[in-house]
Design a protein. Sequence first.
Length: 233
Amino acid sequence: MTQTIVFTGVRVEAEDGRPILHDLTLTLKEARVGIIGANGAGKSTLIRLINGLAKPAAGTVEVDGMSVAKEVRAVRRKVGFLFQHPDAQIVMPTPAEDIAFGLKGLKLDKAEVARRVAAALARFGLAGFDDRPAYMLSGGEKQRLALAGVMALDPEILVMDEPTTMLDLAGRRMFARLVAGLAQRVVLATHDLDLLAAYDRVLVIDGGRIVHDGPPAQARAFYETLISARDGG
Ligand SMILES: Nc1ncnc2c1ncn2[C@@H]1O[C@H](COP(=O)(O)OP(=O)(O)OP(=O)(O)O)[C@@H](O)[C@H]1O
């Protein structure tokens, strides 16, 4: 099967018809793809198309040969999505319950659920946090819990929307190491340009269009020049 995410002639509009993404045609087949751009550029909208959270007004999105519009459930089993704000993702009172809740649809037996919960907590630096009230976790701990919950589902593709906003320097480094070690394909929208240094491909979005597409160092330089030009400096 072709391992690609394909956008063909995609346009996304706001309710009032204002374009948010313009005529996007793009094939992603790399293991690590980064997306950068200013606030409001369209990064979240682009990655939300991959699992059907955003819907095109025109055009199609396909993930490994499946139409997102027609096979959204199958696509969502394949694509794990990490939201920018972990509170949008954490729905249960404790970390262990939260991860177990996400696993419900997989119809695993109790022992397998317990095993996966413990493994996910340990893997993301949350061993011993099983029964703590989730609302008491720090922002960084919540971000790691949200990632642990998504990864416990064993997705084939991990799509992440600014997942390091609450992490301190050590947390961001830990996150970068964790992601580097994942077997999954990754699509990451971020303002943290350092995270993308070893990525295969980085897209720069501006005003709902891809304005640059290339290796991370070039994409970063392009973006910095774009922002400097806009600043007048
Ligand atoms: N459903 C919607 N209806 C109307 N406008 C929307 C909708 N979704 C997004 N927008 C607008 O589209 C533009 C792109 O938003 P998007 O969230 O994709 O940007 P972003 O690059 O992820 O920004 P940020 O870095 O601030 O998270 C913004 O102007 C946003 O306000």
